[in-house]
Design a protein around this ligand. Structure first.
Ligand SMILES: Cc1cc2nc3c(=O)[nH]c(=O)nc-3n(C[C@H](O)[C@H](O)[C@H](O)COP(=O)(O)OP(=O)(O)OC[C@H]3O[C@@H](n4cnc5c(N)ncnc54)[C@H](O)[C@@H]3O)c2cc1C
Length: 394
């Protein structure tokens, strides 16, 4: 079989699935994407894209779209919950681009999704097809969809998120509730003009919870996420509604900027935060997983989508030049490259659930001291300086 005849089926048209489809198309590999929803249109609020992912998106041709729709924040700031005092400031902007040769962006999820869709050849995304199982045969994989339709491919990639059906074919585990719920929303920027004019990512850290905000949509909107310790409510859905008054009540006593920020949205959505443990098995034969299907992580490093984008670049590079007989080895190679890095980021994200939410006291003061003492952007070399495609060549 010739390389250009390899046929890949991707389950899920989220950030992972669409980035993979774009990377495969760029590598000259045929692919089809099967998505359960009938209408594409990513919901949710903002997302942070760091240089480790933006360099990949730029190579895929997304730089003009990102320049048009995203924001390049000047810095990330961590501040205290009660008096808004600065704990740490990490400069981004030009310094980030000089050090890592790629920008740090904040972007509306819908804008990123739309940009990725525009990179794809016509007719490769199929909507309204919910995968209910995958069946491996010696020379191909059969995908089964709800209601009876089937499709076949040389390779099947599960990009179907934290509740992945494809993962179920490889691993027996369940998502784990983190104990945190996050409220998210978007606010017209002119309604929160009391925030500093300089675009920046601000995190306010306090006992048991934190709040983050940053501009998106070329600065027209401000996206925020505010965690609160969870109750029995466990729903993961961008469309689950929350009540502004519950959010405001959960942040009673926090500083004036947060209070005013959280009063400003017309509506909020809430999401119960789950992850899973890192696992050994990502692939079997012709089947593999990427993104949240492979390594769902808490958003406390803002890296879930960034890691999905890295996965996509590595998987496409591993499949480049491969024939049908070489698929299993290529998928194993992909998994071996990706597992250690994503497991470490999953671990730190989980650890941050504790360290970002310490009550005031000795441990919180030690944490703040350590944050003040770090060397800013240079400390992020291992994360932002990583070039996923070079990792394949190595
Ligand atoms: C509050 C919050 C804030 C976050 N902030 C950041 C951030 O700033 N930076 C960052 O990098 N990450 C962030 N993340 C993480 C990021 O959102 C996820 O890691 C990312 O969206 C995962 O993308 P995915 O494509 O793997 O999965 P998903 O986005 O879940 O997409 C999966 C797709 O598969 C489809 N699907 C599911 N099952 C099936 C099926 N059986 N058949 C067919 N289709 C199916 C779904 O409809 C969906 O379209 C955040 C997450 C949360 C919850």
């Amino acid at each position: 079989m010739r390389t250009d005849e390899l046929h890949v089926a991707v389950v899920g048209a989220g950030i992972a699935g669409l980035t993979l489809a774009a990377a495969l198309s760029r590598a000259g590999i045929r692919c089809q994407v099967f998505e359960q929803t009938r209408h594409l249109g990513e919901v949710g609020a903002g997302i942070q894209i760091a240089p480790n992912a933006s360099r990949i998106l730029h190579r895929l041709g997304l730089a003009p779209h990102l320049r048009r729709t995203a924001v390049r924040p000047a810095a990330i700031e961590m501040r205290r919950w009660d008096d808004n005092q600065l704990i740490m400031r990490t400069p981004l902007g030009e310094e980030c681009e000089r050090l890592y040769e790629a920008p740090y962006y904040t972007i509306h999820r819908a804008d990123l999704h739309q940009g990725l869709l525009e990179l794809l050849p016509e007719g490769i995304v199929h909507l309204g097809l919910r995968c209910v199982g995958v069946e491996e045969k010696p020379d191909e994989v059969v995908l089964h969809f709800e209601g009876g339709p089937t499709a076949t491919a040389d390779v099947v990639v599960g990009a179907d998120g934290i509740h992945s059906v494809v993962r179920d074919a490889l691993v027996a585990d369940e998502p784990r509730f983190s104990g945190q719920i996050i409220y998210r929303g978007l606010i017209p920027a002119d309604r929160v003009s009391f925030l500093p004019e300089e675009p920046r990512v601000v995190l306010w850290l306090g006992p048991e919870q934190h709040c983050v905000c940053y501009p998106v949509s070329s600065g027209r909107l401000v996206s925020f996420g505010a965690t609160t310790p969870g109750s029995d409510w466990r729903v993961e859905s961008w469309s689950a509604e929350g009540r502004v008054e519950d959010l405001v009540a959960a942040y009673t006593g926090w500083n004036d900027q947060i209070t005013r920020l959280l009063h400003a949205p017309d509506a909020v959505r809430r999401w119960a935060l789950h992850d899973r443990d890192a696992v050994e098995r990502w692939s079997r034969g012709r089947i593999t997983i990427i993104g949240d299907a492979a390594h769902p992580m808490l958003p406390f490093m803002a890296q879930g989508a960034n890691q999905a984008i890295e996965d996509a670049a590595v998987l496409a590079a591993c499949l480049r030049g491969v024939t049908s007989d070489g698929v299993a080895a290529a998928l194993q190679r992909y998994a071996e490259i990706r597992k250690p890095r994503t497991a470490e980021i999953q671990r730190i994200s989980r650890e941050n659930n504790r360290t970002l939410h310490l009550p005031d006291g000795d441990r919180q003061q030690q944490r703040d001291q350590a944050l003040r003492g770090n060397s800013g952007l240079r400390d992020q070399e291992w994360l932002y300086g990583y070039d996923a495609e070079s990792a394949v060549i190595r």
